[in-house]
Design a protein around this ligand. Structure first.
Ligand SMILES: [Zn+2]
Length: 83
């Protein structure tokens, strides 16, 4: 008899492992990988909060429209240095 395991790729380290409901860290392969991913997410949002880059602002802007976008721009546009 052959047991067919569903293979999934760990989003953190990319290693293929059998997906199991017994794995509390799924879809990650291990506790460490889940921690790494959460840590990356946390530092990413912190970084954005602290100092958004142009690309990050543009990315956020794509999710907004109309009044929301206008308020977003007013809040996030850096002061233009005098030329
Ligand atoms: Zn992993």
């Amino acid at each position: 008899m052959t047991e067919k395991a569903l293979m999934v790729r760990c989003p953190s380290c990319g290693v293929e492992h059998a997906y199991s409901t017994e794995n509390p860290y799924r879809p990650f392969c291990s506790k460490g990988c889940k921690a790494i991913d959460l840590g990356a997410w946390a530092s990413e949002s912190y970084r954005v909060e602290a100092k958004p880059t142009r690309e990050e602002l543009l990315e956020d802007m794509e999710k907004l429209d109309g009044v929301e976008l206008e308020q977003f721009l007013l809040k996030n546009l850096p002061d233009t240095p005098p030329q």
